[in-house]
Design a protein around this ligand. Sequence first.
Ligand SMILES: Cc1cc2nc3c(=O)[nH]c(=O)nc-3n(C[C@H](O)[C@H](O)[C@H](O)COP(=O)(O)O)c2cc1C
Length: 152
Amino acid sequence: MGVLTDEIKEFVKREKLGFIATVCPDGTPNLSPKGTTNVWDDDHLMFADIYSPGTIKNLSNNPSIEINIVDVFIRRGYRFKGTASILSAGPLFEEIVSFYKNTGAPYSIKNIVLVKVEQMAPLISPIYDTGMPESEVKNKWTDYWNSVHNNK
Ligand SMILES: Cc1cc2nc3c(=O)[nH]c(=O)nc-3n(C[C@H](O)[C@H](O)[C@H](O)COP(=O)(O)O)c2cc1C
């Protein structure tokens, strides 16, 4: 069995949006969102390089990567640390590109980044320290985002 449990895999598939941290050559961080963040298998996450030149350049020099995925309604998520491989051609690249095309992705994919997950930890908001149940946290943030986007 791999490091990614069924529960975690379902979470990643549902959330889709991951924040991807890489290391620049000068040691500074680079962080950018990837809406194609998904699960490949029990040990690997992946995302598509559609327009992420900084991330790809950094990973070419240093494959260290961290991915954070947080559900903004329930204020929980996971952080994953690992090592990335960049796929630009070949059978596995074609297979993963087909996977994205089959999900209806209209993008032109330059590279696939496959991440071997080596460390994983849950992320949980301090709001849970107050004893607030998840259903109430969800209602609170659903109301908030409704108010933002419906101008209530
Ligand atoms: C919500 C959201 C989702 C995104 N998803 C992706 C993605 O899956 N793949 C990608 O290449 N760019 C994606 N982008 C665009 C990159 O994050 C953006 O081009 C970024 O500046 C790339 O930075 P980088 O070159 O440092 O990686 C997304 C942007 C947003 C706001």
